[in-house]
Write a protein that binds this ligand. Sequence first.
Ligand SMILES: Cc1ncc(COP(=O)(O)O)c(C=O)c1O
Length: 386
Amino acid sequence: MSQSEPLSPRTLAAQALGLIDERTRATVPPIHLATTFERDPDNLYRSGNSYGRPDNDTVREAEALIGALEGAATTLVFGSGMSAAITVLLSLGPGAHVIAPNKMYWALRGWLANEAPALGLSVDFVDAEDSQALVAALKPGATKLVWLETPSNPLWGVSDIEGVGRAAHAAGAILAVDSTCATPIFTRPIALGADVVMHSATKYLNGHSDVIAGALCFAQEGALSQRARTIRQSHGMILHPFEAFLLIRGIRTLDLRARASAANAMELANRLSNHAAVSAVLYPGLAHHPGHEVARRQMKGGFGGMLSIRVRGGAEAAIAAAARVRLWKRATSLGGVESLIEHRASIEGPNSPCPPDLLRLSAGIEEVEDLWRDIDQALSGSDPPP
Ligand SMILES: Cc1ncc(COP(=O)(O)O)c(C=O)c1O
């Protein structure tokens, strides 16, 4: 079909780019599980495949799909979001200065604080919701990378991708954005000036809480993406083909799931704002959220499915409320079709900026009235914990 208008992300995702298997005419691509591929008699590998660790066809299909959604020149998928993120940081090499948010996904913050210095990276953590603080931390010539995560887990701070990108580039640095919670449905960081977009594809992209995966989307094919490819290959970080297949299947419904989660999150954020047991609701869709104006500019069509609440009565009251849910699942992770609730400080430990009274909510795609009734009764404490 010839197309004058570019296809919308919803269409690209639903058809997984419309790929048809050439041999069978199947509309669902086969899973290529082979770890090794036959050489041609003249000693060449004309198929483009030689061994499963560098690359394989099913992985390439997942990459093409994610890359199309993000508007990327090159995309690489990984065995986890962490391995994708760490690959970007490893690709900088020793001596690089990195700026990272002081509030971000805790395991990557931990890696940057505890592991990165031994590899020769120096890292400054700044308030990434304050663009001026970020710009002030740039060391022209030395800063190689600015890392953003927006909205940031689990306090849902918002960073200005476009403004920070401009300042980073002026200082000779690149900008990488963890866009896991925004999803390509609501934000396309490359169009806003980011050089690299990272996803924990474990979350919304796959969407069914049954695959651990990561992705890096590069605005340009070049030295950085090639270095990342080499690191993935040598460290053996590639995603397994079976999981790449599941990821493609999950992405087919990304648009519907992301919008349904975001609509539920918005409704719950509004209702929870008036709940007697809740002292604060953290959600970029709320007008009083400090990042709301920036979020309105860079998030199109929704503010994501993630929100947090602070419970009156401190950690004990928050943990007791989480103990009373019957429908929401008490579990870590996020971005699946089912709603999850988590006392976040329990997992992040003592050095976390996460307040002890905070419950993180991943709004799934269930009927919002069912979700509301359950969280309302859990917070109201009408029943004793089971
Ligand atoms: C925002 C964000 N980035 C990165 C990660 C790490 O991803 P993975 O668990 O797939 O390694 C997570 C996981 O929770 C996350 O929430």
